[in-house]
Design a protein around this ligand. Structure first.
Ligand code: HEC
Length: 189
């Protein structure tokens, strides 16, 4: 898929890490031997070091999530057209019932143009700078609620442009997750 790679190359040329060769990240030295291939992009521990997250309840009854790329070398995520980051939070009652939920996606949108050619219509991925989202969830007044949050890298098999949450997910890696509210203290994994 040459066009996919072309877009990653352009993103790389416009990034802060434009002088770092692809292999410096994608074939790092580990225990004296080189890891070949792109295996690390599936590993949560590796991904976690490439994307910092700061999560905070705000006075406006919302959850602020700040995502900061570490040494960004291209869009996060890049590659497949429908790879995306899911940023979500759900307020869960002591009974396990879901009280509120807000889920957002950072990725690309496409539409079919004249002649059936796919054209990019939106792109809210992370590039050189931090991205901040305000999720519409908070702890609520009842004691014992848990506010779960997550940042997940998803590979999408079937993308639903009207209802992105309904897209079919082929595989995913949870990069960060935590819980708030019961103690008001973040317990990050
Ligand atoms: C500074 C580190 C760094 C450099 C340099 C870098 N990348 Fe990446 N790459 C990442 C990270 C982190 C991810 C995982 C998140 C994402 O998809 O953007 C990734 C993911 C990818 C993916 C997605 C793989 C998949 O399985 O879907 C492709 C393709 C890719 N990089 C290509 C490149 C190419 C081509 C270059 C050089 C032009 C390059 N990268 C340079 C850090 C880097």
């Amino acid at each position: 898929m040459p066009r996919l790679m072309q877009s990653t190359l352009t993103e790389h040329a416009n990034s802060q890490a434009r002088d770092r060769p692809c292999a410096s990240c994608h074939m790092p030295l580990a225990e004296g031997a080189k890891h070949h291939g792109f295996g690390q992009v599936r590993r949560a521990t590796w991904l976690r070091r490439k994307l910092d997250v700061h999560v905070e309840l705000t006075g406006w009854q919302s959850l602020s999530v700040r995502l900061e790329p570490v040494n960004p070398a291209h869009g996060f995520p890049t590659g497949d057209l429908f790879r995306r980051l899911e940023i979500g939070a759900e307020l869960v009652a002591p009974s396990g019932a879901s009280l509120a939920r807000d889920v957002r996606h950072l990725g690309r949108e496409f539409a079919l143009g004249p002649g059936g050619a796919r054209q990019q219509t939106a792109d809210n991925r992370i590039f050189n700078h931090a991205v901040e989202l305000e999720l519409d969830v908070s702890c609520g007044d009842e004691p014992g609620n848990h506010l779960r949050w997550w940042v997940t890298l998803q590979r999408v098999a079937f993308h639903d442009p009207r209802e992105p949450s309904r897209s079919e997910i082929e595989s995913e890696v949870v990069i960060h997750r935590g819980e708030l509210c019961d103690t008001q203290k973040e317990r990050q994994r």
